[in-house]
Design a protein around this ligand. Sequence first.
Ligand code: PMP
Length: 392
Amino acid sequence: MSLLSKRDEIKRNGIREIMELASAIDGPVIELQIGQPIAEIPSFVKAAAIQAIQDNFSSYTANAGIPSLRKAIVNRMQSKYGVEIGLNNVVVSPGAVAALNIVLLSIVDVGEEVLIPDPAYPNYDSLIRIQNAIPKYYPTDPNNEYLPELDKLEDMITEKTKAIIVNSPSNPTGAVLEKDTYKKLIEIARKRNIYIISDEIYDELVYEKDHISALSVDSSYNDFIICVYGFSKTFAMTGWRLGYAILPDHLYSITTKLQEPITTCASSISQKAGEAALTSPLADEFVKEMNQLYRKKRDLACELLDKYETKFVKPNGAFYIIIDISETNMDSMDFAKSLLIERKVAVAPCSTFGPSGDNMIRICFAGDEEKLKEGIEALGEFYQEKVSGNNE
Ligand code: PMP
């Protein structure tokens, strides 16, 4: 098979399929399928954006982003994770997904392999294929909080392996990696100088465990570690399109060069808003409150799922829960479609997250609390009906 046909293999996102079906349904649908926080954007972020508009701060910016935002990011890495970086280790992009794209384009060649978790955020697979590179899924263990199975990961490494993507806290599993796991991963990667791309977009959404930045574990390997963060989750700024990569010096000029033809730069107004999000004296309080809000919703969701005897792993981070539906004998897409048609509740079919996903669905608990409750009740009843139907 020609390598250039890799991009033809890009899968349609199953969540989009469910959303299209949902829009064709009569009456309201409870949407638990997408990772969209409904928190109110903090007023200090809105005020900074309005000010930027009034100041006519509306030109293109430097490809890597405005220096004041990059400086705020440098300070955040220092104060939050004790990681010492300079301005030239920060590239701001229109969303974490755009940052991931230029990072992958900068380091991966046609035909090379990138290891990604199973299950994973679907855009890893697509971004790698768009570049005619090869995504290879490494297993995570549902019996061990969906943490990566590092022995198996190591066995999958070949001469063509260029990078390993890790995502903590994880979408879709909520797994949070511990320091020891990062250490072992770095030891594996070090043997062959393989890059580690650590997607930490949910870093403020941890519940029982602390978030560890991959760059804070062993600075002797930081020339091969790239961390990606964003504003979509922490500050509910999904549509503002703002994220960033922290990368080693040797990747700065290639990533900023590649950003030019792809997106040029992030929105000037969003960058000013992002700067306020990181520097306002009110930011810490907002982030703390938001964390508590999601923790409460997670606990509510888990309590209800327990009541209906569904099988799931309580997430330590992010705002998703994976539910094992194997006892219904339905595959994830069938389950999601039938649930939508019969109960008007939309969930994500996990087949879209990787090969292990056929027996799982994912719900997002970031939305309205009443709807979450109603949605899980309908889901729980539907689940029990299908399981008991099987046992008759
Ligand atoms: N990484 C992960 C794991 C995500 O879940 C998402 C968004 N759902 C992104 C990256 C992309 O975020 P952004 O809106 O900043 O592009």
